[in-house]
Ligand binder design. Sequence first.
Ligand code: C2E
Ligand code: MG
Ligand code: MG
Length: 413
Amino acid sequence: MQQESVLVGALGWRGGEPEKLRYDEEVESALKAVRQHLGMEIGFVSEFLGEERVFRHVDTSLAEPPFLAGHRLSMEEGYCRKVVAGELPELIPDTSLVPAALDIPETALLPIGSHMSVPIRLSDGTVYGTFCCFSSWPDTSLSVRDLQTMRAVADMVAAQVEAKVTSQKVQESLRSRLAAVLTAGGPHMIYQPIIRLDDMVVVGAEALARFAGSPHQSPDRWFADADAAGMRSELEFAAIRNALRDFFAVSQEDRYLALNISPKIIVGGDLAAVLEGYPLDRIVLELTEHEHVEDYEGLFRALARVRARGVRIAVDDAGSGYASLRHVLSIRPDIIKLDISLTRAIETDPVRQALAAAIVAFGCHVSCRIVAEGIETEAQLTALRALGVEYGQGYLLAKPLPAADLGRTTGGV
Ligand code: C2E
Ligand code: MG
Ligand code: MG
C-alpha cells in the first residue's frame, strides 16, 4: 500500500486530468505521424474491453470518417480480433488478395483496400488492443519495414497505455482507501494546544487529522494522496466538519480552534456554509505556505467573505521556504506560524534568530500575532521568548490530544 504513494510521486502525477491529457497528446501525435508517414486514410488505437472494442484515438485525413474516438464495436466486427488471433495477417497491402479479409463485411462496406494492424501488448503479456491503419485503396508499396515502424510505435503506445492504466489503478486504490476513511466517519481529529509563552495560558488549539488503518503515513501524505485522487476537497472538509463537532469542547474559556485548510479548497469550496452557526471570531484558518497559489485574487475574495464575519487567518509554516513572504504580503494574515524548521536550532543559529526577529518586528508593525511551531526543548522556548515570540506550540508545551482531554490542559512547562 505504501508503494502507491511512492508510485504517485514516481509518475509525477498530481491529480488525474493533466496527466491524462499529456498521455492523450503523446499517443495522438505518434498516431498522426505514423498514419501520415504511411500515407493511409485512417489510423486508430482501439482497446479490447470484453466483448467490445472501443476506439480510443482516431486520426484521419477523411472529412467524414466512418467512426470517431469513443465509438464501440463488437469484437467480432472488423479486423482487430482476427489479427490478434492469427486469423488475418498483420500486413495486408491488398485486401482483395486475402480471402479471410474479403469475408469481413467492412472490407466492402467502408471500403478497406489495404490494412495494417499490430497488437498493443502490455508488459504482463496481455493484449490491451490494437494499433491499426487502413485506406480504401490497395497499396502494394506497404512493406514489412512499415509494419516494423508500426510495431515500434505500438510499443511506445503500450508504455503510455501502461502508465495510464497503472495510474488509474493507483487512483482507484487511493480513492477506495479514502472512501473507507470517509465512510467510517474519519479522519479522526486531535488537538494541539497553542500557548501564550509569558504565562503559559492556553489560547487556542490546532485541529490535526489522524488516520487509522493502512498505510501508516503522515497526515500530510494522506492529504497529498487525496489530492492525487481528486478527493482533496472531500477529505479536507470532512476533517473540518469533524473538528467543528468538537468546537465547544475545544474552545472553552474563549480559546480559538485553528483549522488547517489548503488555499485551493478555500477558492473552490463553500467554506462559509460549513462554518455557519459557529462563533466565527473563535475560528482560525491555517493556510499552509507549502502550496503554490495560482489565483490570489480568488483566494482573497473567498477569505474576505469569512473574514468579514470574524474568522482569522494564519499563514502556516512560514519560513519553510516555499511561498515565502508572498502569502504574507497577499493575504495580510492575523497570525503567522513560524515553521518547525525555524524553531529547530533557534537557540544556536544566528541566521534563524535574525529571520525570526524580522518576522516578529513585522508582526508588531501590522498587528499580526506570531506563533512558533514545534517547540521541543527549554532552550528553544527561552530563545523564542527572548526574540519576542509571544505564542507557541510544541511537544514541550503540550502534545496533540483528544478533545475530551483538552479542557484540563495548561501549558506543560
Ligand atoms: P501543520 O499544520 O504545520 O501541523 C503541525 C505539525 O507539527 C503536526 O504534524 C504536529 O503534530 C506536529 N508537531 C507539533 N508539535 C511538534 C513538535 O514539538 N515537534 C515535532 N517534530 N512536530 C510537532 P501532523 O499532525 O503530522 O500534521 C502534519 C501536517 O499535515 C500539518 O502540518 C498539516 O499541514 C497537515 N494536516 C494535518 N491535519 C490536517 C487537517 O485536518 N487538514 C489539513 N488540510 N491538513 C492537515
Ligand atoms: Mg497547521
Ligand atoms: Mg505548520
